[in-house]
Design a protein around this ligand. Structure first.
Ligand SMILES: Cc1cc2nc3c(=O)[nH]c(=O)nc-3n(C[C@H](O)[C@H](O)[C@H](O)COP(=O)(O)OP(=O)(O)OC[C@H]3O[C@@H](n4cnc5c(N)ncnc54)[C@H](O)[C@@H]3O)c2cc1C
Ligand code: SF4
Ligand code: SF4
Length: 413
């Protein structure tokens, strides 16, 4: 156990950061924090990139593994229901309306947990995530918003236990949540609530700064960025300006080939399969999108009462065209061929039309999950052929079979 004292950070009372051990080198690692625990070898059984057992952990956490015969479970994992949602009073600084941090606030307010593990912005760099332990509800406000980068969140488990906390909540992205669930039994917690977010296309904070510098000549003035479900990137600035850029107009071609690390290009869990409740946006058509996976997830949502407005998700359009275009471009890139890019003059026009014709609501979310699965299915056999059998779970192969992609040991045809 790490018995070093907590360090009060600059985020206000009840939010602390803790000195961490250095991280040993690991291949395919997002520094979720496990390698910084006293037993750094725990990575061998805890890592989603080594030999994940999604079915076994789903059964342990939700009572059953995902069932391909149930509508949408191959895409979204085990769930009781999917809803569109928003806080009636959106919180300042939140990425969307602030449901993720409000849930954690309620857990602390009601005494259901003693501490929340999450990330706060580095005081010197708003985009850099720093793992923190929050013990007072009012501390959660400092953690709102999305940061790009990796934070060794789970390294705080030992200090939290050392301080006697036995009822915990964790807000985490999928690679953190997988490792948390893999270690859960040995932590000896009395209670654990896991609030997850979907996650895709993460990269190092340093890389992200290069991306911002390509978007604006004054990148430091950008305070918010989101890849919205209507295929526009929304930027907000310190002076209150808001700017949207169609995905097609993004300077992606100017980024180096290694901009997105191999981890995030081969990640198999976009929708955070092992969280109790997932707070995302991609199935929400302009609102937030919640996946309630089990009874704990439902109990979490109950904590918000009338504060949250709920509705049925929308589901419109067809994903086949965009997903097939993505597949073709991913294959071309893998084969070293130039991407099929439309002429520069046409891009602003198509960029503005695309949101109108693109799939919406759940169909958009299915499209994104399939694109991610395609990237994984094409890339892992090329980049880490020996990991394919253990690293890529069966649901990924079922998702890509629709597009004629088979596991490498099963020739297609
Ligand atoms: C890198 C990344 C990629 C994402 N991609 C998608 C996506 O493709 N589709 C989708 O539907 N949703 C995605 N999300 C989730 C989405 O951006 C929102 O965070 C989520 O919908 C919650 O919104 P909110 O207003 O309720 O969050 P808030 O109440 O503002 O809380 C956000 C929570 O996320 C935590 N957080 C912020 N940055 C990180 C980070 N780097 N690592 C770990 N935790 C972090 C914060 O500490 C806070 O607890 C992504 C999130 C991240 C961090
Ligand atoms: S478990 Fe976490 S720290 Fe260990 S190798 Fe995997 S991502 Fe890295
Ligand atoms: S894309 Fe996957 S591997 Fe990368 S940070 Fe997100 S959850 Fe982790």
């Amino acid at each position: 156990m790490d018995s070093r004292p907590p360090r009060e950070g600059p985020w206000g009372p009840g939010v602390e950061t803790i000195p961490l051990r250095a991280a040993p080198y690991r291949d395919l690692c997002t520094d979720c924090g496990v390698s910084r625990l006293a037993d750094a070898k725990a990575c061998g059984t805890a890592c989603q990139f080594i030999r994940p057992d999604y079915a076994g952990l789903e059964a342990a956490v939700h009572g059953r593994a995902r069932d391909p015969a149930r509508a949408d479970e191959d895409h979204f994992g085990v769930f009781l229901r999917l809803v569109r949602a928003r806080l009636r009073a959106p919180r300042p600084g939140a990425q969307w309306t602030g449901i993720a941090t409000r849930l954690a606030e309620r857990l602390l307010e009601t005494g259901m947990v003693e501490a929340v593990l999450t990330v706060a912005p580095d005081p010197d760099d708003r985009w850099r995530p720093v793992p923190v332990l929050v013990t007072r509800a009012e501390g959660m406000a400092a953690c709102r918003g999305m940061r790009m980068g990796y934070a060794p969140l789970l390294a705080l488990l030992e200090p939290a236990l050392a301080r006697g906390h036995r009822r915990l909540a964790v807000i985490g992205i999928p690679c953190q949540v997988y490792a948390l669930r893999a270690l859960e039994r040995r932590l000896g917690l009395e209670r654990l609530y896991v609030i997850g977010t979907p996650c895709s296309d993460n990269t190092t904070t340093e890389n992200f700064h290069r991306f911002l510098a390509n978007l604006d000549e004054d990148p430091c003035s950008i305070t918010y960025l989101e890849f919205r479900a209507d295929m526009l990137v929304e930027l907000r600035y310190a002076d209150g300006r808001v700017r949207t850029i169609p995905f097609l107009m993004l300077p992606i071609a100017d980024l180096p080939a290694d901009f997105f690390p191999l981890t995030c290009r081969t990640c198999v869990d976009y929708v955070n399969a092992l969280a109790d409740l997932v707070v995302g946006y991609m199935g929400g058509e302009g609102r937030q999108w919640l996946i309630m996976r089990n009874a704990r997830g439902e109990a979490l949502l109950d904590l918000l009462g009338d504060e949250v407005e709920l509705g049925a998700p929308t589901d419109r359009g067809r994903r086949d065209g965009p997903v097939k275009a993505f597949l073709e471009n991913t294959r071309r890139a893998a084969g070293g061929l130039p991407l099929r890019r439309m002429p520069k003059w046409l891009r602003p026009i198509v960029g503005r039309i695309m949101p109108l014709v693109a799939p919406k609501g759940l169909e958009f979310a299915r499209a994104r999950v399939e694109m991610k699965a395609i990237e994984t299915a094409l890339l892992v056999p090329r980049a880490r052929p020996r990991r394919v059998r253990h690293m890529v779970p069966p649901h990924v192969w079922r998702l890509v079979a629709r597009y004629g992609i088979q596991p490498p040991d099963r020739p297609s045809g």
